[in-house]
Ligand binder design. Sequence first.
Ligand code: GDP
Ligand code: MG
Length: 163
Amino acid sequence: MTFSLAIVGRPNVGKSTLFNRLVGRRLALVDDQPGVTRDLREGEGKLGDLRFTVIDTAGLEDATDDSLPGRMRRLTERAVDMADVCLFMIDARTGVTPTDEIFAEILRKRAKHVILAANKAEGAAADAGILEAYALGLGEPLRLSAEHGEGMPDLYTMLQPLA
Ligand code: GDP
Ligand code: MG
């Protein structure tokens, strides 16, 4: 366990899917339905030769998409404070939403180190969303498909210096 990585972002972008891929066990629930996962989940992440703690911010599922209620903010801040690095995930197919912008602001102020990940990036349907992501002011977005495993070598390259 060399560092800790928190996966943050609004509901349904694919955080638990990435958590499960990194942890390799189905510790976090993945579901299309709201209200399935709760609170924070921790697991032992593995990516190539890297070993690290992964924190999934579950428990955000009952929040609406156009606001950032107190519970979502508090939970995200807790995860950010626990972690050495935050992977901030957006849905590249949906593009940047107002809620994503609030997350970006929290992270710019609070996080030690942020990796911006545009998930669901398999296929051309993601291209417009990836372009929008540059405007979040968090650097170049990492193209990721948590479901299909695309972008994992690039994630490795970004995490490797932290090990
Ligand atoms: P969370 O609420 O952020 O934890 O999101 P989940 O991991 O529960 O995923 C929400 C939905 O997005 C599920 O239906 C996943 O199967 C789907 N999903 C996750 N990653 C990808 C991806 O890379 N591509 C696509 N197309 N769908 C994905
Ligand atoms: Mg989840």
